[in-house]
Design a protein around this ligand. Structure first.
Ligand SMILES: NC(=O)c1ccc[n+]([C@@H]2O[C@H](COP(=O)([O-])OP(=O)(O)OC[C@H]3O[C@@H](n4cnc5c(N)ncnc54)[C@H](O)[C@@H]3O)[C@@H](O)[C@H]2O)c1
Length: 342
């Protein structure tokens, strides 16, 4: 097999921070080049400061470093995008087009580019939203992701570029802070629960959304990229699911471990974005084509997040009883906000 050189854009973000060590473990430190618009953060090696909007520089770096694969993560997310329409469209679409063009012209082996459940809109099914459901996104972020999906499909069809993509749900991680998405509350809540014992949520208590814990998202990304080419039947972007919950469900799980935790709700402009998205996703094609299976449900994720953050912040958790968390699975075809107002 040809020696791989992998370039990651947007490497300092929520996903990049966790994808870099995972790729370096597989391919070796020297084979994974982290890039971002920021100056090099301390503690990260093999790093190049790179603005993905600078086409010529991007092309030069790919050529000079002998890059064989790109993971293109640089983007502007949903909530920030609604407040910066032009910049969001231009970053999200222009940079993808440059990368697809470079991949074609320089004969790269593979490209990974993340899409999002934001490609769906109010006319998509609310529950069990399937791969080929109607997509009429109502945010600039969703429109840019849907356009990007078509561009990926175009470059595969016309030029054979092996570009692969996942429609990530809202991602939750104990690493870097999230960068301006509508589901960021599901990360912030853990920090505030440990530090202050209370949280004010910008979504209503029963706003159910598809979510995933970062270790599952990283594994899904690597599994998709390692799948044999002939197994990949979706060249726009794969639906991907793990769990669905509302703020009140997450608060109830946190309260099992931190019994004094309090939450209140002051919805802002992000409520309208969340309302336009499905509550649950069906990911039959990902499971069938490359064997996708999530490992983390709401219980496991809550416990793991609190354990990791409590170590990081030196704020020990109260003693847990052995049975700690049991929670019925969310029925994917409806949602009953059983934990609200408790
Ligand atoms: N985090 C989620 O919940 C989620 C969900 C669905 C899809 N995604 C997608 O995954 C990808 C990565 O998401 P994330 O959560 O890590 O985002 P993030 O906002 O945390 O990170 C994005 C990174 O891109 C960098 N960046 C911005 N402009 C740049 C430029 N011009 N040149 C180079 N770098 C630039 C930023 O500095 C930042 O480090 C994005 O495409 C996003 O749309 C994320």
């Amino acid at each position: 097999m040809k020696e791989q050189r992998i370039l990651i854009t947007g490497a300092c973000g929520q996903i990049g921070t966790e994808l870099i060590p995972a790729l370096r473990q597989r391919f070796g430190d020297d084979h994974v080049i982290a890039t971002d618009i920021h100056v090099r953060p301390s503690g990260i090696s093999n790093y190049i400061q790179l603005d993905v909007m600078q086409d010529e520089m991007l092309e030069l770096v790919v050529k000079e470093c002998g890059v064989t694969q790109i993971y293109h993560l640089a983007a502007m997310l949903s909530a920030k995008g609604e407040q910066n329409l032009d910049a969001a469209w231009s970053l999200n679409v222009h940079s993808l087009l440059s990368i697809l063009k470079i991949a074609h012209e320089q004969g790269l082996e593979k490209v990974f580019w993340p899409s999002s459940i934001a490609v769906f809109g109010p006319n998509s099914p609310k529950y069990n939203c399937h791969q080929n459901a109607r997509t009429e996104p109502t945010t600039v972020y969703g429109i840019s992701k849907r356009a990007g999906e078509y561009w990926c499909n175009y470059y595969f069809d016309k030029f054979g570029v092996d570009v692969r993509s996942l429609r990530y749900p809202g991602l939750i991680s104990a690493g870097a802070s999230p960068g301006g998405g509508t589901t960021d509350y599901a990360v912030d809540i853990f920090h505030q629960a440990l530090e202050k014992g209370n949280y004010t949520c910008y979504l209503e208590e029963d706003t159910c959304l598809p979510m995933m814990y970062m270790p599952d998202a990283i594994r899904a990304t690597l599994e998709l990229m390692e799948a044999p080419k002939e197994k990949i039947s979706v060249r726009t972007s794969y639906n991907l699911a793990a769990m669905s919950f509302a703020p009140c469900d997450l608060a109830a799980r946190i309260r099992k471990i931190l019994p004094d935790f309090k939450i209140d709700y002051h919805p802002d402009f992000r409520q309208a974005i969340a309302n336009s998205w499905p509550a649950s996703i069906r990911d039959t094609e990902a499971r069938r084509d490359w064997g996708w299976q999530p490992e983390f449900d709401l219980n496991r994720m809550t416990l793991d997040m609190l354990e990791r953050l409590s170590v990081k912040k030196c704020l020990p958790l109260p003693e847990q009883e052995a049975e700690t968390l049991t929670y019925p699975d969310f029925p994917m075809d409806n949602y009953v906000a059983s934990n609200c107002r408790v």
